[in-house]
Write a protein that binds this ligand. Structure first.
Ligand SMILES: [Zn+2]
Length: 271
């Protein structure tokens, strides 16, 4: 039995070493372990009952942290995320939704400013996770989002972080995904929203696959687990897949995706 245990351990080790997956996920947190796609059901959806909706959009990366690319894509991840974030902001604002970006692509709040305001609003955070003034880290973004939530009249209703995925030595891997934390108090809303977005993206042929990850707290991204606001992280496609890369860099695709995301957010909030 002991030998079987060793063989199993060796097999697991080799499997682990053999998987060459990496992605921008590693910059934020550990990757989710299982695809919760099949057990998603639409529940309590759409959510209605509030007139003034406020959405916070986080364009992933920037400020020295370039994210994925540009091997296939011809652009860095941070360039694509800020573009889509701006398009989404403009479209949501036209629908009468208040929009706040975590950053505008050129400036971001310093960790001193974030901690000062977090203290003023009694927001709990770990000071040791605050990095420095040169990088707007995932942790700083989410504490900043909590500050924005307190500063916004009526609070924020939704938080979306936009990213581009990548995977080493697997150019065939493609598609879009959405992550949220199963411990979020609005889990059923997030399930419903994710399912709805998935169906819409597939119907519009904006992506060939769409995976929904309902992550455990441990596996969740920093930006989805340290907030009570309904929060999602969307990987818009793979920078390492030629087809996805073409879409991600196309103004037409960026515009179509931003429109569809805007529509689904409006639908989710009964607008
Ligand atoms: Zn990323």
């Amino acid at each position: 039995m002991k030998n079987w245990g060793k063989i199993l351990a060796l097999f697991l080790l080799l499997t682990l070493l053999g998987s060459s997956f990496f992605s921008c996920r590693s910059a934020e947190s550990n990757p989710p372990k299982d695809d919760a796609e099949d057990r998603q059901e639409e529940e309590d959806f759409p959510r209605t009952g509030k007139d003034n909706i406020a959405v916070c959009i986080d364009a992933g990366h920037g400020f020295g942290d370039v994210g994925c690319g540009p091997a296939y894509i011809g652009a860095y991840e941070y360039e694509i995320t800020i573009r889509v974030a701006q398009l989404l902001r403009d479209k949501l604002e036209k629908e009468g939704i208040t929009v706040i970006l975590t950053h505008d692509g050129s400036t971001f709040p310093s960790s001193e400013e974030i901690t000062k305001l977090a203290d003023q609003h009694s927001i709990s955070y770990k000071p040791e996770n605050m990095i420095d003034n040169n990088v707007f880290s995932a942790y700083e973004r989410v504490i900043w989002e909590n500050v924005l939530d307190r500063q916004t009249a009526g609070g924020l209703d939704f938080f979306v972080s936009l990213h581009v995925n990548s995977v080493e030595n697997a150019p065939q891997v493609s598609g879009m995904s959405i992550d949220y934390c199963e411990d979020n108090p609005n889990r059923s809303f997030l399930r419903g929203f994710s399912n709805n977005l998935k169906k819409a993206c597939l119907n519009a042929e904006l992506t060939d696959t769409f995976t929904i990850f309902e992550d455990t707290y441990e596996d969740s991204f920093i930006v989805t687990k340290y907030t009570e606001v309904p929060s999602v992280l969307i990987e818009m496609g793979y920078s390492t897949n030629t087809n996805d890369a073409q879409k991600l860099c196309s103004e037409k695709w960026q515009n179509q995706f931003a429109s569809l995301l805007c529509e689904r957010i409006c639908y989710a909030f009964g607008k």
